[in-house]
Design a protein around this ligand. Structure first.
Ligand code: SAM
Ligand code: DTB
Ligand code: SF4
Length: 316
């Protein structure tokens, strides 16, 4: 029994490695088969993203434009008003978004007026008929329950990379603290949106270890954002090399096979990808994107370009 408990994660990683290493045509074929079995293959979720409180963050995440530890030129701004969020959410819905995601440059949630306003924002987005997702940093069980009561659909909190590589990237918050936050979200019955970033100098095996960590969550994430690093001037990762396209496709296909029911989101970094690479990612099982011309602080393809891409793929 003991041996089984210790070996399970290692066995999972071994299985992930052998999937990832399949000849690419076989890997994509298997991923597409799993995709077809569990989803409408033409259904690519469109999530709008809005930074509701930007910059000045106390954490030192080495990739982030919003950390107060680096000179990135992103100013700290106050929390948006409920009216501003309602306007943006209404516009996003008109453009076809079905999920509205809101992010704060916070290390953690603090009780008070700001959190109460965010609960109102969640109610407002739900009232508009969209799914609501927030990413607010660490939070307590009680705060997670309040978000659940407000109708929150999902909470985004990324593990970012493997446990091994993580300390190279973040020093102000531990991997275990991230896992503890995920548990609070799960205890409140909120779906977890959890993934990571590739292109931070990690190995391909680190990426598979991240997938193995995600696979050990119970329940596994409802959605998995795969972000390609957007290098931000002023951060320690400003000169990171772009992600190899085939490695990205392999990772997406592996994620699709291991998480058949999840939304696998082709997240940050799409503005540096060709249309052909994006199509390959969709064929490999990605079925969600951030949509709208801005992520939190970094650029994203224009809504018009995405509409054109969907048209070219024959999707409406
Ligand atoms: N402050 C909260 C937190 O970190 O939990 C929420 C916002 S934070 C910006 C959300 C996620 O965006 C990060 O965990 C990271 O995975 C991703 N992210 C941030 N900066 C990025 C960048 N430059 N390139 C790609 N992904 C990035
Ligand atoms: C996620 O995994 N990716 C989004 C969302 N969750 C909040 C954020 C991407 C941020 C990209 C860099 C920026 O806009 O500053
Ligand atoms: Fe702060 Fe989140 Fe950026 Fe880390 S990723 S510095 S916690 S805003």
């Amino acid at each position: 029994m003991m041996t089984q408990a210790i070996d399970a994660p290692r066995e999972r990683l071994t299985a992930l490695r052998s999937i990832y290493a399949l000849p690419l045509p076989e890997l994509i074929f298997r991923a597409a088969s799993v995709h077809r079995e569990h989803h409408e293959i033409g259904d690519i979720q469109r999530c709008a993203l809005l930074s509701i409180k930007t910059g000045g963050c106390a954490e030192d995440c080495g990739y982030c434009a919003q950390s107060a530890h680096f000179k990135t030129g992103v100013p700290a701004t106050p929390l948006l008003s409920l009216d501003e969020v309602r306007d943006k959410a209404t516009r996003a819905r008109e453009l076809g978004a079905t999920r509205f995601c809101m992010g704060t440059a916070w290390r953690e949630v603090k009780d008070g007026l700001a959190f109460d306003r965010i609960l109102d924002m969640v109610r407002c987005v739900r009232g508009l008929g969209m799914e609501a997702c927030v990413t607010l940093g660490m939070l307590t069980d009680e705060q997670a329950r309040k978000l659940a009561d407000a109708g929150l659909t999902a909470y985004n909190h990324n593990l970012d990379t493997s446990r091994r590589y993580y300390p190279q990237i973040v020093s102000t918050r531990s991997y275990d603290e991230r896992l503890e936050t995920l548990r609070s979200i799960q205890r409140a019955g909120i779906s977890v949106c959890c993934g990571g970033i590739i292109g931070m100098g990690e190995t391909e095996d680190d990426r598979l270890e991240l997938l193995a960590e995600l696979a050990s969550l119970d329940p596994v994430p409802e959605s998995i954002p795969i972000n390609c690093l957007v290098p931000i001037t002023g951060t320690p990762l400003e000169n990171a090399e772009p992600v190899d396209a085939i490695q990205l496709v392999r990772l997406i296909a592996t994620a699709r096979i291991v998480f058949p029911k999840a939304r696998v989101r082709l997240s940050a970094g799409r503005d540096r990808m060709s249309r052909e690479l994006q199509v390959l990612c969709f064929l490999a099982g990605a079925n969600s994107i951030f949509f709208g011309d801005k992520l939190l602080t970094a650029p994203n393809p224009d809504a018009g370009d995405d509409a054109e891409l969907f048209r070219a793929m024959g999707l409406t």
